[in-house]
Design a protein around this ligand. Structure first.
Ligand SMILES: Nc1nc2c(ncn2[C@@H]2O[C@H](COP(=O)(O)OP(=O)(O)OP(=O)(O)O)[C@@H](O)[C@H]2O)c(=O)[nH]1
Ligand SMILES: [Mg+2]
Length: 258
């Protein structure tokens, strides 16, 4: 049976963070205040790694004040995908909400996602009302979006929107491997191929107010392109994940019965 998203939902909210000192404090506090008003069954996790600013100090101070906060700092490189994998694996509640630690999305808009999580819905995905980025980023973003939509057969309006509410039990059936930004494509493709149901909700997207993009630089974009081709070959051409999904689903059914 699906965990109910009723009056007192059980929620893990998590954020990946790397050099987000200027934003992560307000993200955590806004999330705790939002969740406090909704439920008493929640936790907030920050998966930090590789920061060279004062992100870790901010998180350590916050953790002293908020018992609901779990800070997971790693000195080794995880990558964006690695950080999301740690977040999904560490979540203990029935529903998982995640967004980026750089405050380009407003965590208080989690309130907009919850009502869309009807009984027949497994994932509520945001879509950006207007991308809060410079014009060249908007244009590149559109081209990227249309290309990946065509390549992977996505049905979602905004695959690239890292503002999602997901039932945790989907991770009994799908697993993730990407350690870079392509993890969002892998996540949505595997969820779609496993037959899960999406709902979509408009959310705001803001200009970056602190620090620098971890992705928008030439070496990183180049690496992402190579990884994207590799992922396309794996998920669209070889489709080995389909057998894995079937196996894991059988196991999940047995576990649920037993
Ligand atoms: N833990 C961890 N967090 C990361 C890593 N890479 C990115 N992040 C975080 O993930 C979020 C998204 O990264 P961004 O660089 O903002 O990516 P983006 O939003 O596509 O790029 P901008 O629009 O320029 O901000 C930010 O909060 C980063 O701090 C990483 O390797 N490890
Ligand atoms: Mg960002």
């Amino acid at each position: 049976m699906k965990p109910e998203a009723t009056a007192r939902p059980s929620i893990t909210a998590f954020f990946p963070a790397c050099n987000d000192a200027g934003t992560i404090g307000s993200m955590v506090v806004a999330t705790i205040e939002t969740l406090d008003a909704i439920t008493d069954d929640y936790e907030v996790i920050v998966v930090e790694n590789g920061s060279t600013d004062y992100t870790v100090q901010v998180l350590e101070s916050l953790a002293e004040h908020y018992s609901q906060l779990r800070v997971m700092t790693h000195r080794q490189a995880l990558g964006y995908g690695g950080a999301l994998q740690v977040g999904f694996a560490s979540a203990t509640k029935d529903l998982i909400f995640y967004t980026d630690g750089d405050a380009q999305y407003d965590p208080r808009e989690l309130r907009l996602l919850l009502p869309a999580l009807r009984d027949d819905v497994d994932i509520v995905n945001g879509w950006k009302i207007d991308r809060g980025d410079p014009l060249h980023r908007k244009i590149i973003g559109r081209i990227y979006h249309h290309t990946v939509k065509l390549l992977f057969g996505f049905k979602l309006r905004d695959v690239d929107c890292d503002f999602r509410l997901i039932r945790r039990n989907v991770f009994d059936v799908i697993d993730l491997e990407s350690d870079s930004g392509t993890i969002c494509l892998e996540l949505v493709k595997k969820l779609q191929d496993a037959g899960y149901t999406f709902a979509e909700v408009p959310v705001h997207h803001y200009h970056r107010t602190y620090g620098q993009s971890q992705f928008f630089n030439f070496p990183r974009l180049w690496r992402t392109l190579i990884q994207l081709i590799g992922l396309w070959f794996k998920l669209v051409v070889r489709r080995e994940h389909m057998r894995r999904i079937a196996r894991r689903r059988e196991r999940a059914v047995v576990k649920a019965k037993g």
